[in-house]
Design a protein around this ligand. Structure first.
Ligand code: C2E
Ligand code: CA
Ligand code: CA
Length: 748
């Protein structure tokens, strides 16, 4: 059948339009539906089916009830109402959204758009056409956004972060309520919020804040700062702010920012910082206190030098170094000589000044790596390591002694002291630090007994001697307790008449094991342990008692001479003690060694000498001619007698020089009104010569040996010395007797 051309052309147009329409629909993902009530047909496009999980070729029968059952129960009532409205042409329901169950069981969101397109003559809608769109993805995105913004809101709410957004070009800014609350301004001020904001910023911070913002705007870079505001209610708060730039959809540059109140945080931080600072300061104090306690524990308060404890520690440390290496450890034990006298006579302040001076000298004399400690009283120890040779150590010791011997001025006094140094050295793996210290001590003891102001190295020999002398010292103390020290008496004679002029008392030790011992066996040790003064006192008392006994026996001894140690003259109580003895004036004389006293008489000695004179006790200068005292200084003592040392007497018969010397001593004595006694008169030659020279008194083995007190009366009564003329040989043979202790004991 041939169709008319126009009709055929129309059919072609129609089918073309339809296929174009179909392509468009497929591309647009719109599911088309067409409900024609007049024809009773329901059409559903392929897309309509596929969005619900149906196959395109599947028949969609358009059963209303079956479709409704697929709607989400929460949406069902609304969808029924909406479909009715749509079918009725109600524009309110032209578009609605709802959830429908997909074939695979999930819910999909559908946007339904529909409109009445045909009506019957009564105006009743007869055909409704529309599209369904799967908007699940959009709905989910919306849900996510809502969720996020809920979260953000909550977060901002909880954290009290205020947010603003500014249009840079437009110069407008929007604040949210929280931001307004932070600044304490009300909503009415929102229009002028920018000026208000600036006015609220603390004057000290405002310049910095506007600079920060200006710089950020200039470079469109994010910023971050902190500043103070002063709110209208007067409260000062600290605000922290962050800002970020972005370009909005319209290409406008915008700034979004957040402010939050960090006043509490800043205050807390400041408090924490203060607490931390305090804690740190306190820690430092504690640390300093700890250090100073440690320092105190290890140092001597007076000189600031390390103390004994520190020395012990250091000694072990240094010894360890020397045990493993090549080095030698030298220990110098230094003891000040004459320190005690200074302390006793000038007082403790003077003593302290001397100790400080000594500490300074020591510190300056050693190398920085050497260690100097004060270990008590006037004793110091120096530790030297590094390749120390005996020569170097010896030099160091001499330097120290020379320095310490220099007089120092203290309150108008020239104070002189000296030092003795004991040295011990050690090295190698078996080095025993403690023993080294003991050895240095032993060497010191030797240095002191060898005459002071000198140094000695430790030697095992010396050690043996020292140990022996320490034993002797203990023994002497026991002897003193038991009253074993007794006097013997050696008579003295007028040279011209050979009458008895007096006796000299000489100490003896009646030892329980060794018999009668002469002073050479005990005196120097007794001096070391400082008991000579006690012995002297004992001897004097016994001598006075013996004299009483002699008087009872009818014997009068014109004068008793006693030997007096320098220590005894230092004793500030000497005068008192002597007064208690009720000595008859002119009957006792004190023999002072020429060497002890004369040059450096201190106040105590001078006072004691004055006391002696007042008590009528004469002074004799013993061992005259051996010391180096000047005659002038001797005169200060106003001695009654000079005793010429036996060394000067011994060679008289052989040496004319010696005779000349003794004669001039005698002449000087005469011109100064001082008597002269000769000691060591061993032969009758001596007796004759001394008589010729004009000597006043004689004392010696030729005339009398020392004897116990009870022998004095019979000796004097017998007067055997007057007949000793031809005894030169005999006496001479016995000259060496005192050197042999056995013999000397027998002869006293
Ligand atoms: P000194 O004071 O010079 O005493 C004289 C010493 O010479 C005595 O020795 C005496 O025994 C000895 N001697 C006497 N005549 C002769 C002689 O003709 N030839 C020789 N070679 N020697 C003679 P001694 O008793 O051993 O005393 C020695 C020193 O001990 C004394 O020397 C004196 O400095 C000291 N000394 C003795 N007794 C005491 C004392 O009680 N106190 C103090 N502090 N020192 C005393
Ligand atoms: Ca004497
Ligand atoms: Ca003498």
């Amino acid at each position: 059948m041939l169709l008319p051309e126009a009709l055929r052309q129309g059919a072609v147009d129609l089918s073309e339009r339809e296929s174009r329409w179909n392509y468009a629909l497929v591309g647009s993902a719109l599911g088309v539906w067409d409900h024609n009530h007049r024809l009773g047909t329901r059409f559903y496009s392929d897309t309509w089916k596929t969005m619900r999980g149906m196959a395109p070729e599947e028949d969609a029968d358009g059963d209303y009830e079956a479709w409704i059952s697929l709607i989400h129960p929460d949406d069902r009532a609304f969808v029924i109402k909406a479909v009715d409205g749509q079918n009725a042409g109600d524009p309110a329901y032209q578009i609605f959204e709802y959830r429908e169950r997909h074939r695979d069981g999930r819910w999909i969101w559908i946007e339904c758009r529909g409109a009445v397109v045909e009506w019957d003559a009564d105006g009743t809608p007869t055909r409704v056409v529309g599209t369904d769109t799967d908007i699940t993805a959009r709905k989910e995105a919306e849900e996510r956004l809502a969720h996020m913004s809920r979260r953000l809101d909550l977060a901002l709410d909880i954290s009290d972060i205020g947010v603003f957004e500014a249009d840079i070009a437009g110069g407008t800014v929007e604040w949210d309520d929280r931001l307004l609350a932070i600044y304490g301004i009300s909503i009415t001020e929102r229009t002028t919020v920018n000026e208000t904001w600036m006015s609220l910023i603390h004057p000290d911070d405002s310049q910095r804040v506007s600079d920060t913002i200006a710089a950020a705007v200039e470079t469109s870079s994010d910023f971050h700062h902190e500043f103070r505001i002063v709110r209208h209610d007067g409260a000062e708060r600290v605000i922290r702010a962050k800002g970020a730039f972005f370009t909005d959809g319209d290409g406008c540059q915008r700034l979004i920012g957040a402010n939050w109140d960090v006043t509490e945080e800043v205050r807390l931080n400041a408090e924490l910082q203060r607490a931390k600072d305090l804690a740190e300061a306190r820690n430092q104090e504690l640390e300093a206190a700890k250090e100073s306690i440690e320092h105190l524990a290890l140092h001597d308060y007076l000189t600031g030098l390390p103390n004994r404890r520190y020395l012990d520690r250091m000694l072990e440390e240094r010894a360890q170094v020397c045990r493993t290496g090549e080095l030698t450890l030298a220990v110098l034990h230094i003891d000040l000589d004459r320190f005690k006298q200074i302390n006793d006579t000038l007082g403790h302040r003077a003593g302290d000044a001397m100790l400080k001076h000594a500490a300074t000298v020591l510190r300056q004399s050693v190398r920085a790596s050497d260690f100097v400690a004060r270990i008590g009283g006037d004793e110091f120890v120096v530790l030297c390591t590094i390749n120390v040779t005996p020569k170097k150590i010896s030099n160091l010791a001499e330097r120290i002694i020379a320095e310490l011997c220099r007089p120092i001025r203290y309150e108008n006094h020239d104070c002189r002291f000296g030092a003795s140094i004991g040295i011990a050295t050690g090295s190698g793996p078996s080095l025993d630090a403690k023993q080294l210290l003991l050895n240095a001590d032993i060497a010191l003891y030797r240095a002191k007994s060898a005459g002071r102001n000198r140094h000695e190295f430790f030697s095992t020999d010396a050690r043996r001697r020292i140990i022996a002398s320490k034993r002797l010292a203990d023994d002497i103390l026991i002897g003193l307790e038991r009253g074993e020290f007794v006097p013997v008496y050696q008579p003295q004679f007028h040279a011209r008449t050979l009458d008895i002029a007096g006796v000299e008392t000489l100490a003896r030790w009646q030892h329980r094991e060794h018999g009668l011992l002469t002073p050479d066996r005990f005196l120097s040790t007794a001096e070391d342990i400082n008991v000579v003064a006690a012995i002297d006192a004992l001897i004097l008392e016994q001598a006075l008692a013996d004299r009483k006994q002699w008087e009872k026996d009818g014997i009068t001894i014109p004068k008793i001479a006693v030997n007096v140690s320098s220590r005894r003259l230092d004793d500030p109580n000497l005068g008192k003690k002597l007064r208690a003895l009720k000595i008859q004036p002119g009957t006792v004389s004190f023999e002072l060694l020429e060497s002890i006293s004369l040059d450096d008489c201190d106040d105590a000695v001078i006072a004691n000498l004055r006391q002696l004179r007042r008590l009528g006790i004469d002074i004799e200068i013993d061992d005259f001619g051996t010391g180096h005292a000047s005659i002038v200084s001797l005169l200060k003592l106003s001695p009654k007698t000079l005793k010429i040392d036996r060394e000067l007497i011994r060679m008289l018969p052989q040496s004319s020089d010696q005779r000349k010397l003794v004669r001039s001593i005698i002449e000087i004595g005469r011109s100064l009104n001082i008597l002269v006694t000769a000691e060591g008169v061993e032969t009758m030659d001596h007796v004759r010569i001394l008589g010729d020279l004009g000597c006043d008194m004689l004392q010696g083995y030729a005339l009398a040996r020392p004897m116990p007190g009870e022998q004095i009366p019979s000796f004097i009564r017998a007067a055997s010395w007057r007949h000793a003329d031809d005894g030169t040989q005999r006496v001479h043979r016995k000259r060496r007797a005192p050197i042999d202790p056995q013999l000397s004991n027998k002869s006293l």
